[in-house]
Design a binder for this molecule. Structure first.
Ligand code: 5GP
Ligand code: ZN
Length: 125
């Protein structure tokens, strides 16, 4: 997809802060983080969203989640959130399948302060 921002990153036509990649997935930092750590686990193949995945994609979805867990462990995140924004009305902005990993709060107090601030900002997560 010529005009897809994540395809451009995957093809090396746009820079990104890469963390990991293998044959199926690429992992890089979000340029507009909503938490102390905000990382994207991105399918290399251009699939638009969860709305478009098929039964045959079950295995790769599992791999995305387990890769996110591995990255979270490497980043020493004790607790975190994993989420997909699914479709326009699910808040999806980039139509190339990706899993969000957010975390980096050091204490429960810090996490609660983050939640309060996000609510004040009108964020859903
Ligand atoms: P969505 O709302 O589609 O689930 O999330 C898309 C995410 O991609 C957003 O969190 C946004 O900040 C991030 N993003 C958009 N453009 C770029 C980019 O060019 N590079 C990186 N690293 N992240 C991007
Ligand atoms: Zn793409």
């Amino acid at each position: 997809m010529a005009d897809c921002v994540f395809c451009k990153i995957i093809k090396g036509k746009m820079p990104a802060d890469f963390i990991y990649q293998d044959d199926d997935l690429v992992v890089f930092r979000d340029t507009n983080p909503i938490a102390p750590v905000h990382i994207l686990i991105v399918l290399k193949k251009h699939v638009e969203s969860i709305l478009k995945v098929q039964k045959k994609d079950q295995k790769i979805l599992g791999k995305m989640v387990l890769t996110a867990r591995k990255i979270a462990e490497e980043q020493k995140l004790e607790g975190y959130k994993l989420f997909f924004n699914c479709g326009k009305l699910g808040g999806q902005l980039v139509f190339h399948l990706h899993l969000h990993l957010i975390g980096g709060w050091k204490t429960l107090e810090e996490y609660h302060r983050w939640v309060k601030r996000r609510v004040e900002e009108g964020g859903v997560l």
